[in-house]
Design a binder for this molecule. Structure first.
Ligand code: PFF
Length: 452
């Protein structure tokens, strides 16, 4: 017997929590650095096309599966599929949640650690740009610092998930998301008004197509999934706490809009600052940690902006990380009747431990690589570029071809407003989910393993 499930306290509560899951390190830390490594504007455009053509239809499908079944990622397939093999898609999602959260918490920890550095006024003492890179290298090279910060970040995430859907996740997101937006607007205006900001804007908006390779296409696809928290049941789980009288299509469009807006705003804030200070955009996962402190060191009010920025990054990371842990917890609470507390402590504890090798990839274990990838890179690659798009491929096939639109459309229209009843809207969703998403993902996979 299922216990009475929790629900979001309001419609806006769902939007904020789902946007809180989508908007995270992916938008602020990862998007600028992978755009920087993959040539800027052309990559940004490919990513935007994937968000629109693949991400949005799959997001609607995923939230729909959750709301219709009111179950977790495995339970949803158990309920709707006659072939129980489909439960593997949910299981893969739980695995992806484990893997992503383990390395996500390491970067979340860096962000928290940088709040402390900002408060201590460390950035102001930089005499040369190299000083910032040195500080970054020194911090992440210190296993105690990395694991200590990982512990603090993880503790925060576990306590929020422990308090449950309404009190923990929704309350957190309701206050934190608007705050995040305001701080980002300030930073973006600051960036645009810096001298030399134009080069940053050109880098982000003037495409150079020669920079696009097969690899960068797979990275853009993986990132479209990662940034929307798609392909692993996180949005399915959040959708399962959604009441029947809400419009899934509109909610999805709002989430996509907010997520994309924040990524573009973060890109503008970061690239204008990077170029204005004569720095390089392709410096990898350290991009924001190495370059922005220099900018803060030099700009008026930099002390406050530095604190605000890293606080914002930590906040965004926490609201995403709670959705990753929630995917795992929801399964054990729903299907195996565990108490929330037990699930949070046991699985939180295990994922925390799995995160340790990722944290040590930058110091004690840096010599251990596989195909040139350390443990951290490997976890990111496996989850973001393989598990999530594969999950998205299977979710689109399941909804469009197995469960079928005869059932999916009436389910989608429950609680839908007039706009979502519009034939064009419905036809496009069907077309993109049935053909475009699976075919594109499949082709990109074949391409990335060198099949053509
Ligand atoms: N969307 C988050 C981000 O952009 O940082 C990361 C993420 C959260 C991915 C939840 C997947 C997920 F299920």
């Amino acid at each position: 017997m299922l216990k009475k499930r929790e629900q979001w306290g309001s419609k806006i509560g769902f939007i904020l929590a789902a946007a809180g899951s989508a908007i995270g390190l992916g938008n602020i830390w990862k998007f600028p650095y992978i755009a920087g490594e993959n040539g800027g504007a052309a990559f940004v455009l490919v990513y935007l096309v994937f968000i629109l053509l693949i991400g949005t239809p799959v997001l609607i499908a995923e939230i729909l599966l959750g709301r219709e079944t009111q179950r977790n990622s495995i339970g949803a397939f158990k309920q709707l599929a006659s072939n129980k093999l489909w439960m593997i898609v949910g299981g893969m999602g739980i695995l992806a949640g484990f893997v992503i959260l383990s390395f996500y918490s390491i970067i979340g920890g860096w962000a928290v650690g940088y709040v402390v550095e900002a408060i201590n006024g460390t950035f102001a003492s930089f005499e040369t740009p190299e000083a910032s890179g040195d500080l970054f290298g020194q911090l992440i090279g210190n296993a105690k610092w990395v694991i200590g910060m990982h512990t603090i970040f993880f503790g925060l995430v576990m306590s929020l998930v422990y308090f449950g859907v309404k009190r923990g996740i929704e309350f957190g997101s309701k206050i934190l998301m608007p705050l995040l937006f305001v701080i980002l607007v300030i930073l973006m205006i600051r960036g645009i008004t810096l001298e030399g900001a134009e080069a940053g804007l050109n880098f982000m908006f003037k495409p150079d197509w020669s920079k696009i390779t097969g690899d960068s296409i797979l990275i853009a696809l993986g990132h479209a999934f990662f940034t929307l928290s798609l392909g692993m049941g996180a949005m399915l789980t959040y959708g399962s706490y959604m009441p029947e009288d809400s419009d899934i299509t509109i909610a999805s469009l709002q989430i996509v809009f907010l997520d994309t807006l924040i990524a573009i705003m973060a890109g503008i804030a970061i690239f204008t600052a990077v170029f204005a200070s004569g720095l390089v955009p392709g410096s990898g996962p350290g991009l924001i940690f190495q370059t922005l402190p220099i900018v803060f060191a030099e700009m008026p009010g930099g002390y406050i902006f530095g604190i605000l920025f890293f606080l914002l990054l930590s906040i965004a990371a926490v609201t995403s990380a709670i959705s990753l842990l929630e995917v795992v917890v929801a399964y054990f609470v729903d299907e195996l009747n565990w108490s929330r507390k037990k699930a949070v402590f046991i699985f939180g504890g295990i994922i925390y431990l799995v995160g340790i090798p990722s944290g040590l990839s930058f110091n004690l274990l840096s010599d251990y690589t596989f195909n040139g990838l350390n443990f951290f890179d490997l976890a990111d690659f496996l989850a973001s570029n393989i598990l999530l798009p594969l999950g998205g491929l299977l979710i689109s096939i399941f909804v469009a071809w197995i469960w079928g639109f005869e059932k999916a459309i009436p389910a989608l229209l429950k609680g839908a407003t007039k706009m979502s009843h519009n034939n064009m809207v419905l036809m496009s969703w069907k077309f993109f989910l049935k053909f475009v998403a699976p075919v594109f993902i499949f082709i990109i996979f074949l391409h990335s393993i060198g099949l053509f």
